[in-house]
Write a protein that binds this ligand. Sequence first.
Ligand code: ZN
Length: 316
Amino acid sequence: MGKSRPVGLVLDPLFERHDTGPGHPEHAGRLLHLRESLTASGLADRCTRVEPRPADDADLGRAHRADYIAQVERACLAGERQLDSMDTAICAESAVIARQAAGALGNLCDQVARGELSRGFAAVRPPGHHAEANLAMGFCLFNNVVVAARRLQAEHGIERVFILDWDVHHGNGTQHILEDDPSVLYASVHQWPLYPGTGAASERGVGAGEGATLNCPLPPGADSEAFLSAIGDTILPAARNFDPGFVLVSAGFDAHRADPLAALEVETEAYGEATRLLLELADDCCDGRFVSVLEGGYDLDALAASTQLHLETLLG
Ligand code: ZN
């Protein structure tokens, strides 16, 4: 379904201008290497390019407090190099680029929601899933995937959105912002224990959102089979039951066995299979409406190979 319509891709050198300083694992070279490899493989040319645009205050305000947004912008303009928890480095342009990351993902989601594109992938940075409503964390300024989910609901009338977060780290920000909201199912497969320390299986949502949070922690050393089983056997049945109108993926590729920041043993091929499973869900529930957004992934070659396979699977 939807195979005849083009696949969208956000891939823009703009996102390489977010400068995190020397020695930082979330550095511009990640995206430069990814951009070069997607271009050299011909995959980028097989997609329809989706341009960035700045997310506006209404977009960001669906995920973040106004005083937090102002504080991020003030810190960048003042020339500060760190935000909040000391792992989130910034440069003067970072707030502008983070707005473009959230807005580019919004642009891609708009085009998929309108049926102009079948599905798509946004290769943006800074990543988003650790950003809380009022706190920068874990290399993340604005929570791109939450901004996108709430935009789909507010601007496109999509009632229920499913977010799968397969980054190796738990998406604490995404979970916390959405945990009392029954209209977004947030599911995460991640290594535990590991940064940021949240994401126990017992965290299932709060109040009206009880049951709309699903955590699948995996022990260090867990392999492709465990990763795919968490997605296929635990998460996807719950997602099918939820019957989403749109499927979003927080696609970090740091569960890969080569990744230096974590200790899972996921092989490149598993990302193709995981993508296939998610596309099947989207075809069954919501006319194939699927968008993924880059989160982590710190071994450059593993990131490029996994993303290539992900995109190849989207292209069908
Ligand atoms: Zn991560």
